[in-house]
Write a protein that binds this ligand. Structure first.
Ligand code: AMP
Ligand code: TRP
Length: 344
């Protein structure tokens, strides 16, 4: 039984959705709608691995939903839904807690970064977070996963979990009708283009992130035109002109970042941007970038605000999405339990 191609990805409702989320993930989600069946999930179970204010969480769930729709994801043709509304995510995550090995999770760099020096005080959920992510994907037998560069290691873990499950339960899997023994597919990460890792506007060594204390470090999807232009004007740069070739961006992280952002917004490559702007000073390039960013991002922010004014409609879209996601998940979770020897 070979697996039909299916796309799954998730975004955490933790506020401050930014240009990195948009260029690294959401624009890819939009593009894949043409060629694939897609499920896009607001992953609230992931969000609570660090404490969330309940009122803000509800707001942030609706905000990610609005961002998906405002960016061009069609909730009728595809599925937009909320993780906690489909119980299979938590069920399969538990099963994967029993498949993944401590040693695998101990190698996860994101846990080390997020837990920092206070590892003993991090939630257990933060540690097992990648198992839940594997469950999200494999609950739908999804085959392709568009994400930013920072999720690469988690995707590798998902592949390892799928493979270990298939090996550990090989006989039961074959007996259940999967003659090739491949019950779970190996999900493929889709990490491509000039903006898979958008960096902070204040420091080209740091990733643009929702949790950076400086609002000037990121362009958020709801920033108005003036704010977007101001943040680009004030973005850190070096004193040199832009190079004519990509090689010239080495050891110039801030310049490389702004060129990458321009290329991604324009839908072209860094090389093409440098063909146009090679030799130009930032005093020329920044206004061009600001204009492009305002043109592309601010209409989405406006549409998000409009959608957020009708929270009941967003909630109805999420409920409908969860119902449809549940229909895909139900036979897969039932089969998983049967394979394990649970009595149905
Ligand atoms: P998160 O906000 O952590 O749920 O991330 C949602 C999606 O955005 C994931 O696919 C991330 O890999 C992607 N992402 C987050 N930050 C960045 C960034 N700075 N550059 C590119 N992609 C990012
Ligand atoms: N962990 C991802 C992030 O923080 C979000 C996520 C959760 C996800 N489940 C997923 C991404 C499944 C892709 C597939 O960015």
């Amino acid at each position: 039984m070979t697996h039909q191609e299916r796309v799954f990805s998730g975004v955490q409702p933790t506020g401050n959705l930014h240009l990195g989320n948009y260029l690294g993930a959401i624009t890819k989600f939009v593009a894949l709608q043409e060629s694939h069946e897609c499920l896009y999930c607001v992953v609230d179970l992931h969000a609570i691995t660090v404490w969330q204010d309940p009122k803000e969480l509800a707001h942030n769930i609706r905000e990610v939903t609005a961002a998906f729709i405002a960016s061009g994801i069609d909730p009728k043709k595809h599925i937009i839904f909320n993780q906690s509304q489909v119980s299979g995510h938590a069920e399969l995550a538990w099963i994967f807690n029993c498949v993944a090995r401590m040693g695998w999770l101990n190698r996860m760099t994101q846990f080390k970064e997020k837990a920092g020096k206070h590892k003993e005080n991090a939630s257990v959920g933060l540690f097992t977070y990648p198992n839940l992510m594997a469950a999200d994907i494999l609950l739908y037998h999804a085959t392709h996963v568009p994400v930013g560069e920072d999720q690469k290691q988690h995707l590798e873990l998902s592949r390892d979990i799928a493979q270990k499950f298939n090996v550990d339960f090989k006989d039961a899997i074959i007996a259940s009708g999967y003659e090739d023994g491949l019950f779970f597919p190996q999900p493929e990460p889709l990490i491509q283009g000039p903006a898979t890792r958008v960096m902070s506007l204040r420091n080209g060594q740091n990733k643009m992130s929702k949790s950076d204390p400086s609002d000037m470090s990121r362009i958020t999807m709801t920033d108005d035109a003036d704010t977007i232009a101001k943040k680009i004007r004030k973005a850190k740069t070096d004193p040199d002109a832009l190079p004519s070739e990509e090689d010239g961006l080495q050891n110039r992280p801030e310049a490389a970042n702004l060129v990458g952002i321009y290329a991604a917004l324009k839908g072209t490559s860094k090389a093409d941007v440098l063909k146009e702007f090679g030799g130009a000073q930032f005093s020329t390039f920044k206004p061009a970038l600001a204009e492009l960013a305002v043109e592309k991002v601010s209409p989405i922010g406006n549409e998000m605000r409009r959608l957020m004014d009708a929270p009941d409609e967003l909630d109805a879209i999420l409920r409908d999405g969860a119902e449809r996601a549940q229909k895909i998940a139900a036979p897969i979770i039932a089969k998983t339990k049967q394979i394990l020897g649970f009595i149905g």
